[in-house]
Design a protein around this ligand. Structure first.
Ligand SMILES: [Zn+2]
Length: 91
């Protein structure tokens, strides 16, 4: 597990209207939280934790290159991981 993404990356995401993001985590490729490369070919795929409408912190997966996103409105990171990795299995 690596630390939070560089500030420039967070800023770039904010410019994509991810202004509710409180934390960005880019998992190692051998992490249990690893994410498959995006269908755009980028491996710059990260978890973004953000403040949900109910006040809790929710997770989404975002490709910081093309902006592809999986957002299930869930606070269970494993769920968005499975959705992202599963979706990309189907191309
Ligand atoms: Zn992408």
């Amino acid at each position: 597990m690596v630390g939070p993404a560089p500030v420039w990356e967070a800023q770039r995401m904010k410019n994509r209207t991810f202004d509710d993001v409180v934390q960005i985590i880019k998992p190692d490729t051998d992490s249990q939280y690893r994410l498959r490369p995006c269908s755009c070919g980028s491996s710059e795929v990260v978890y973004a934790q953000y403040a949900g409408p109910g006040g809790g912190l929710l997770w989404r997966v975002v490709c910081t290159d093309c902006g592809a996103t999986v957002d299930l409105q869930t606070d269970v990171r494993h769920d968005v991981q499975l959705e992202w990795n599963g979706r990309n299995n189907h191309g």
